[in-house]
Write a new protein. Structure first.
Length: 368
């Protein structure tokens, strides 16, 4: 199998974690006899410095011709003073829009080895496994009009939350299809007691549900969902929600996995799929070699599964991650106060080594 991958390391810890994801992908290519080609381009703050634009034309062009895109992180405090369209984040939002992926999949599960790391009690998180399906191209992130105006010396700012029926339908279908392959339960999260967009959301999702009689659908207001996610995470299978609610709730749900550094994501439904860890650029620890690369590595696994349909390779990477955690290796974010922790690159190396073992035992299994 041939794969042409564009890698966008981006800002902060992005380059450190994507380097480890690429390392693991190279090992996959080696072990399973694939040909993976990697092409690196700049995006976000580094791209602003290099070219003046957070999404240079050459980067976008390369992404358009790739089989998939793997991104690290975007954002740096030195650009905080810039207005929205000039910030590093604008490059990411434009990239998302150009590639067209409207459904952002964010799986969150508790790792057996890490239940003690979660601030939640282990009997609450143990066995939790949620898939967030976050709408990624609508809502407040993209709604027009938006802006800041001032008159008579006083400023006001405004954003628009807007959703059309077709935007809701297409992401709802992704959630229902995913639930059919899981535990067949969808929880749609909205604020229908206050917002018109949420009323349309709820009505449209309920209509799509009638195409899926095997799925059990329920609706939760976002404030209640925020509480249930950490008090009863095991009650959820697929959580379907709009862009901003999904952004907030998925960070919250990271406490189930033990750290934001563990979470992966994949954006599908457009012309080119985009994979990125959920954590941001973490400028406070950038360059120190201590960031957790497992979210980026797990994003690479999602890429192999969803875009390349390489299920064995994807699940072997996930098994390797679990093995390394079971063996006690921790980056700082998932280490206990007194625990020793390994560097970003040692973590990547451990996963790579474990992957070789996992693949070996799969081979031995097939041989008998
Ligand atoms: C995420 C991030 C982005 C978002 C930022 C960096 C624009 O927080 O992917 O969750 O808000 O979508
Ligand atoms: Mg976020």
């Amino acid at each position: 199998m041939q794969l042409n991958l564009v890698v966008l390391p981006g800002d902060g810890v992005g380059p450190e974690v994507t380097a480890q994801a690429v390392r693991v992908l190279r090992e996959v290519a080696d072990i399973y006899g694939h040909r993976f080609h990697f092409e690196e381009h700049s995006v976000g703050g580094v791209a602003i410095k290099e070219t003046g634009s957070p999404l240079p034309a050459a980067t976008l062009e390369a992404c358009r011709h790739a089989d998939a895109v793997l991104l690290g992180a975007i954002g740096a405090p030195e650009f905080d003073h810039l207005s929205s369209p000039h910030k590093p984040e604008a490059g990411l939002l434009q990239l998302r829009r150009e590639l067209g992926g409207f459904a952002n999949l964010r799986p969150v599960s508790s790792y057996a080895a890490l239940t003690g790391t979660s601030p939640l009690r282990s009997e609450i998180v143990d066995g939790a496994n949620i898939l967030f399906v976050r709408e990624l191209l609508g809502g407040l992130y993209f709604g027009e009009p938006r802006g800041i105006t001032s008159s008579n010396g006083s400023s006001s700012a405004f954003n628009t939350m807007r959703y059309s029926v077709s935007e809701i339908e297409r992401v709802a279908r992704v959630a229902f299809e995913a639930a059919m392959r899981r535990r067949r339960r969808v929880t749609s999260v909205d604020k229908a007691n206050v917002l018109e967009t949420s009323q349309l959301w709820r009505q449209t999702v309920s209509q799509i549900a009638s195409e899926y009689p095997l799925i059990e659908l329920d609706h939760l207001y976002v404030d209640a969902a925020a509480m249930h996610i950490i008090t009863k995470p095991k009650r959820f299978d697929v959580i379907l929600t709009e862009n901003l609610f999904g952004d907030i709730l998925s960070d919250e749900a990271a406490v189930i996995a033990g750290s934001l550094g563990m979470l992966a994501s994949g954006t599908v439904g457009g012309t080119i799929d985009l994979y990125e860890p959920v954590h941001g650029s973490a400028p406070d620890i950038a360059g120190l070699g201590i960031a957790n690369p497992l979210g980026a590595i797990a994003s690479a696994a999602m890429l192999l599964r969803h875009t390349m349909h390489l299920e064995d390779e994807a699940s072997d990477i996930e098994a390797a991650i679990e093995n390394v955690l079971d063996a006690g290796y921790r980056t700082r974010d998932i280490a206990g106060e007194a625990d020793r922790f390994v560097s970003t690159s040692e973590m990547g190396q451990r996963v790579t080594e474990s992957l070789a073992e996992v693949a070996d035992s799969r081979h031995a299994y097939h041989a008998v």
